[in-house]
Design a protein around this ligand. Structure first.
Ligand code: OAD
Length: 238
């Protein structure tokens, strides 16, 4: 049986693909007021702005963006390990690289869900949705309706909302033989607390060129994701 390797990735793993991180200098939250564009209160106040920002504008930012060597390295590790990926990222670069198991903690940019029945989730572009005033199939607005005639919202976890995938993520970390944290400032909870679920004896690595403070039992690889994952693979093969 293969040993279980769990990855917890953040915005840094997609940085070398050209995706902006949130809190680095010039990051997304330097340019946009986070509580207006990514919180439950902001959504209640101005849902049109959130459709425009979190789904439409950010969806377009992923146009022409491709997985990088770090995403691909994690796919390569599947030859030797049972790899499970937990990501805070809303992009789909892990899936596009070919990773078999990806759990999104903060939602997915390329999905919307019914405002009436949250279990009705639609992958974009979708022929099931109608948006009378949009010419681009990736664009959703307040007027977008699902096949039941109900409005939709971005399938994104806003600040102030519960993180429904946290429990399954914590269970994955508890079963890990190896835990690899990549490209996250470890600021946003509950995601930042996942590391605490690693059991005794689990090897824990943290790849980040500007790592946050972590307990001494964590092996820090202070490098960018692409070279850091290459070094990790070398280390795990020894
Ligand atoms: P942050 O922007 O907070 O942190 C990005 C991390 O990536 C930092 O620690 C950087 O040092 C690191 N980094 C930068 N370039 C890198 C590279 N080339 N390789 C590896 N690491 C690199 O992003 P997250 O920690 O992912 O949530 O942010 C967590 C959550 O806050 C996001 O999921 C999002 C945001 O608000 C929601 O919106 C709900």
């Amino acid at each position: 049986m293969k040993r279980r390797l769990v990855v917890s990735s953040g915005a840094g793993i997609s940085a070398e693909s050209g995706m902006m991180t949130y809190r680095d200098a010039g990051g997304l939250w330097d340019n946009y007021p986070v509580m207006e564009v990514a919180s439950d209160e902001g959504f209640a106040r101005n849902p049109a702005l959130i459709h425009e920002f979190y789904s439409n504008m950010r969806r377009k930012m992923t146009d022409g963006v491709h997985p990088n060597a770090a995403h691909r390295g994690l796919v390569e590790l599947e030859k030797d390990f049972d790899v499970r990926i937990i990501t805070q990222n809303v992009d789909d670069l892990h899936e596009r690289a070919g990773s078999s198991h990806v759990l999104h903690l903060h939602g997915e940019l390329m999905k919307v869900r019914s405002m009436v029945r949250p279990d009705r989730i639609y992958q974009l572009p979708s022929t099931e949705l109608t948006t009378p005033d949009a010419t681009d199939p990736l664009t959703t607005t307040l007027a977008t309706r699902d096949p039941y005639g109900d409005p939709v919202r971005p399938h994104i976890v806003f600040f102030g909302e519960a993180v429904p995938n946290f429990e399954p993520a914590a269970r994955l970390v508890e079963e890990a033989d190896v835990l690899v944290v990549i490209g996250t400032s470890l600021v946003v909870y509950p995601a930042a607390g996942l590391i605490q679920y690693a059991r005794r004896g689990c090897e824990v690595y943290y790849i980040d060129p500007n790592p946050a403070a972590v307990p001494s039992w964590v092996h820090v690889i202070a490098e960018k994701a692409t070279t850091g994952v290459a070094h990790l693979i070398e280390t795990l093969r020894k």
